[in-house]
Ligand binder design. Structure first.
Ligand code: DX5
Ligand code: ZN
Length: 226
């Protein structure tokens, strides 16, 4: 199956007091999915929200695909709660678990898709034993923890390597993605684009989402196919 472009706004820097309205608005503006950043104040130096919020959000945003970016220690702990809350995909950090294979199985048993993420300091080679078992690989393009940071161009060789090895893999990038940086990510081979502040802080999220999509779609035919 060839890759398709998917744009997933991160709601981290949205107005969290009206998250459901903001989420529905982003979907109406052309988002393909929502990227929900869960932080525990331990794996990263920031705290966001957990499954109770996701459950409330699901009730008011029934159809959006929820990609849970779990920036937490012990990701095993929240699999059931997130599945019960209505999460669609559980993206855990490779650095946070001692047993990725067992965690992948646990996520599948709970009916969710599986994403596997690496921080900037982790080599993409460490993902290789698990790639065939997951639905998506997330290459962080900032140190996880906060929105609004600068895109790290030096992560692009990781994306290029993965795209070369796995032409049909969903490869997500997260951190500092905007109309200014999308070309680099798209050229390298990223097809799932998380964008936080560039989308939610814009007066015109629809245009920003369209700009991101146009650039990725222009690069997809140039990516390796075999
Ligand atoms: C950072 C989060 C990101 C963040 C992206 O730790 O994982 O999802 O919200 O926000 P921007 O696009 O503003 O860098
Ligand atoms: Zn994220």
């Amino acid at each position: 199956m060839p890759c398709t472009c998917k744009i997933g706004p991160s709601i981290l820097n949205a107005d969290l007091s009206c998250l459901a309205d903001q989420s529905n608005h982003l979907m109406e503006c052309g988002a393909d999915y929502l990227h929900l950043d869960v932080m525990d104040g331990h794996f990263v130096p920031n705290i966001t929200f957990g499954a109770p919020l996701v459950k409330c959000l699901r009730a008011k945003v029934p159809n959006a695909f929820f990609d849970m970016h779990m920036m937490v220690s012990e990701p095993e702990r929240w699999v059931k709660d997130m599945a019960d809350a209505g999460a669609d995909q559980y993206t855990f950090h490779l650095e946070a678990t001692k047993d990725p294979v067992a965690l992948i199985q646990l996520i599948r048993q709970h009916g969710m898709k599986v994403g596997i993420a690496i921080k900037p300091g982790t080599s993409e080679k460490e993902l290789l034993p698990y790639i065939d078992q997951v639905d998506m690989a997330l290459v962080m393009t900032v140190e996880p923890g906060f929105g609004g940071q600068k895109f790290m161009s030096d992560m692009m060789p990781k994306v290029e390597f993965l795209r070369q090895q796995y032409p049909s893999l969903d490869i997500e990038v997260d951190g500092g993605l905007s109309p200014k940086t999308i070309e680099e990510a798209a050229k390298a081979g990223a097809n799932m684009i998380v964008s936080g502040s560039a989308v939610v802080k814009s007066d015109d999220p629809k245009t920003v989402i369209m700009q991101l999509r146009t650039v990725v779609e222009s690069w997809i035919p140039k990516w390796p196919t075999t």
